[in-house]
Design a protein around this ligand. Structure first.
Ligand SMILES: [Zn+2]
Length: 169
């Protein structure tokens, strides 16, 4: 495995640099806490650039898969990661100002991160993936191993219920 990548974020954005690579899910300990197991590999690309106003930013894209735990049947489920996000680089004073100014206009649709000189790329990716995970993941109906298959098949529960009804009539 490559050495853990770090970037000088403002320099990276200013020079339109790009970094890409592959990380096994097993290499992201904070993410692992949220997963069923350590299976899966993620591909990432981080591109530096600027928006129309010239503000430095990073375009982050992550694809791959990992395994979550279905909240209905508590067994593993495949989760496809497909993430494209734009992060504006701000200095600390900028970020503090943003906190107090919620109505910041349309440009604030993008998230902002601190423009670090020694930005830990994997840490950034891990954070973005964590934010993107579903809060209560569940299998699709039919694919779930829960007793009812994730479906509402209440009628099939007790075939004798019908007989009981007939007898009473
Ligand atoms: Zn399930």
């Amino acid at each position: 495995m490559d050495a853990r990548p770090f970037i000088d974020s403002l320099d990276f954005a200013g020079n339109g640099r790009q970094i890409s690579g592959e990380i096994p899910v097993a290499g992201l300990p904070r993410l692992l806490d949220a997963l069923e197991d350590s299976q899966g590999i993620l591909q990432y690309t981080v591109r530096g650039g600027a928006d129309k106003q010239g503000n430095p930013l990073l375009d982050v894209s992550i694809t791959g898969s990992c395994r979550l735990r279905c909240q209905r049947c508590l067994s593993a489920m495949e989760h496809t990661v497909r993430l494209d996000t734009r992060l504006l680089l701000r200095d600390q004073a900028n970020l503090d100002a943003l906190d107090g100014d919620v109505a910041g206009g349309e440009e604030e649709a993008f998230d902002s991160i601190l423009a670090e000189v020694h930005l830990d790329v994997l840490c950034l990716l891990e954070e973005e993936i964590l934010l993107s995970l579903p809060f209560a993941p569940k299998h699709e109906f039919g694919a779930c191993q829960a007793a009812d298959g994730g479906n509402m098949q209440k009628e099939e529960k007790n075939p004798f219920a019908v007989l009981v009804k007939l007898k009473r009539n």
